[in-house]
Design a protein around this ligand. Sequence first.
Ligand SMILES: C[S@@+](CC[C@H](N)C(=O)[O-])C[C@H]1O[C@@H](n2cnc3c(N)ncnc32)[C@H](O)[C@@H]1O
Length: 221
Amino acid sequence: MGRRNRRRLEALAALTPRVGRVADIGAGDLELARLLLARGRAESVVAVERAEGAWRRAVERARGDGRLEVRRGDGLDPVRAGEAEAAVLAGLGGTAIARIVQRAAVRRPPVLPPFLVINPTCQPEAAVAAACVAGYAPERGAVVPEGRHLRLLVRLMREGGGQAVGVERDADGLFRLEDDRAVRVAYAQERLALLRRELGRTGAQRADVLETWIDHLEGWL
Ligand SMILES: C[S@@+](CC[C@H](N)C(=O)[O-])C[C@H]1O[C@@H](n2cnc3c(N)ncnc32)[C@H](O)[C@@H]1O
């Protein structure tokens, strides 16, 4: 596991609820899928990979491990409704995550597991907004340095998903963050500067999302 990646992957594993089966969407080299198994977060993992080369390599890597099943496809398409209790969408852009969630929500029956753990590489507000529209609420999160970037990780729970787990909220924020306060403030300042600039140029629909996030991030300072 690369040192650059290690902290983010460990934080993702820590945020993933302990469940039976996890769908790892955009599984790449299977590092995260294996870590979820090693840390006891999942008893089995369905690893989904869209790119042919990465999918072939993942199939080879998973050989001999009966807990790991690799499927090829787009987002949650290869996952059946009710098959996984959590889906992890990490290392994908925020708009890609948003599209995957929207697509899963309109399938009949919808493929919306009780938990989502997301880690967008960019535009995190687009991913969180789409998940909220699909019926999820942010529950916990963390900001983690990766190289020179600060990455947001969020666990969301489906409201009315039949789970008796309470959504935990901080007094000063929408969801509980488990990280270093200095890192979180640096992240909020960085995103706020960017979003305020964008707000001046954007259309009304995206403006709603940006304003919500600006309010939210101001609460982290
Ligand atoms: C940067 S890697 C991230 C790997 C790992 N999830 C992580 O967080 O370290 C992104 C992987 O997702 C795959 N991918 C991108 N879009 C996808 C989609 N819509 N469905 C499935 N896989 C996708 C890419 O082919 C690539 O292997």
